[in-house]
Design a protein around this ligand. Structure first.
Ligand code: AQP
Length: 336
């Protein structure tokens, strides 16, 4: 909490453009949580330090970070009301991370499924950053005395380890950290690949038809949905075990059009997969078209984004340093 305001914190890695999964699982929820300025403070990070667990091409990386900033804003997060900032502009993140490393057990980190998945995907670069990623994420969240962390289902385990670290620290030093809660909306919590619906939709998927990208144009979006893998049946019915592809498309349609699974089933009762896939593609394309336009306008106006990036870095630094100082004092570091 800051005063009597609740704190929301989340972020995304600056690695290429976002997928529909990132959008429905996280970004769209952030925007829908934007209504009550008086009651909440919101911090949204461009998690550029987290992105370093993969080798980045420096000029592409810089471009991607700015593109992510513009995407947040284009999706509807007003940077004058939401503190959107670059993680690397606030050195308190890495300082607190080192301290929390010393309060985290290797046994806990060994259990992280994301570490196992990403190590398997990048067997030639299993670096220490990938291993301690959850500790940096805990530092991100705890620095802002966060109450609520709006994320997709895949990040739940990381929010849980963050809570465990905070509770452990508080048990020794008193109430230093607010204990955060994950905020995971049922709709869109786990959007699956359009080609292999038993796998998460992911920006690093090598099959270009597996993921819809936020900057895909309308024709591309409709084509990707047309090619989406379903099953040999014809009934639009929610059944993730038997009809994983169709169930995923129902989740996407429901999240975009704000409809329940029952409502989607009724709407497409008696219609075949062809009509259904076209309707999902069209709904997604209509949702993303204004975002793409706003994105292009934002990137064309260099000074607007530069100013917001600078102002918000200062604001984030102010709050983060307050918590860092408190932690340093509690553990007995000598403060100058
Ligand atoms: N498929 C998804 N469904 C719902 N939510 C998702 N998120 C990611 N994929 C889905 C949510 O998006 C936020 C940002 O994620 P991140 O930047 O930490 O990246 P990630 O989870 O590593 O995303 P990717 O697309 O899977 O990247 P790669 O391919 O690099 O591994 C989080 O809130 C996450 O839950």
């Amino acid at each position: 909490m800051i005063g009597d305001k609740k704190i929301l914190y989340s972020g995304m890695q600056a690695t290429g453009t976002l997928t529909l999964g990132n959008y429905l699982g996280a970004l769209k929820n952030w925007v829908s949580l934007s209504g009550d300025e008086e009651e909440c403070e919101r911090f949204y990070g461009i998690m550029d330090l987290h992105s370093l667990t993969l080798r980045q091409n420096p000029s592409e990386f810089r471009k991607n970070a700015r593109s992510l900033y513009a995407l947040y804003v284009a999706a509807g997060l007003d940077p004058e009301k939401n503190c959107i900032y670059y993680q690397s502009h606030v050195s308190a993140h890495t300082e607190l991370c080192w301290i929390l490393d010393c309060f985290t057990y290797m046994g806990e980190l060994n259990r992280m499924t994301q570490f196992k998945d990403k190590s398997a995907k990048h067997a030639d670069n299993i670096n220490a950053g990938l291993y301690t990623y959850p500790v940096l994420m805990a530092a991100d969240i705890l620095l802002y005395q966060t109450d609520l962390v709006p994320v997709g289902e895949d990040q739940k385990q990381h929010v849980e380890i963050c809570r465990d670290i905070a509770v452990r620290f508080n048990n020794i030093y008193g109430d230093v950290f607010t204990i955060p809660e994950p905020y995971i909306r049922k709709e869109g919590a786990r959007i699956m690949s359009l080609q292999e619906p038993d796998r998460k939709m992911s920006k690093s998927d090598e099959n270009p038809n597996a993921a819809v990208m936020l900057l895909d144009d309308t024709d591309t979006i409709i084509r990707k949905f047309k090619r989406a893998v379903t099953d040999s049946g014809s009934e639009v019915r929610y059944d993730p075990a038997e009809k994983a592809g169709v169930s995923n498309l129902m989740d996407i349609y429901g999240a975009v059009c704000k409809k329940t699974r029952d409502e989607v089933e009724k709407e497409f009762d008696g219609k075949g997969y062809k009509d259904f896939k076209f309707a999902v593609g069209e709904a997604v394309a209509n949702e993303l078209a204004p975002l793409r336009q706003r994105y292009a306008e934002l990137l064309a106006d260099k000074s607007y984004l530069d100013l917001r990036i600078k102002e918000n870095a200062e604001k984030a630094r102010y709050f983060a340093n307050k918590t860092l100082r408190k932690v340093q004092k509690k553990i007995g570091l000598t403060i100058l």
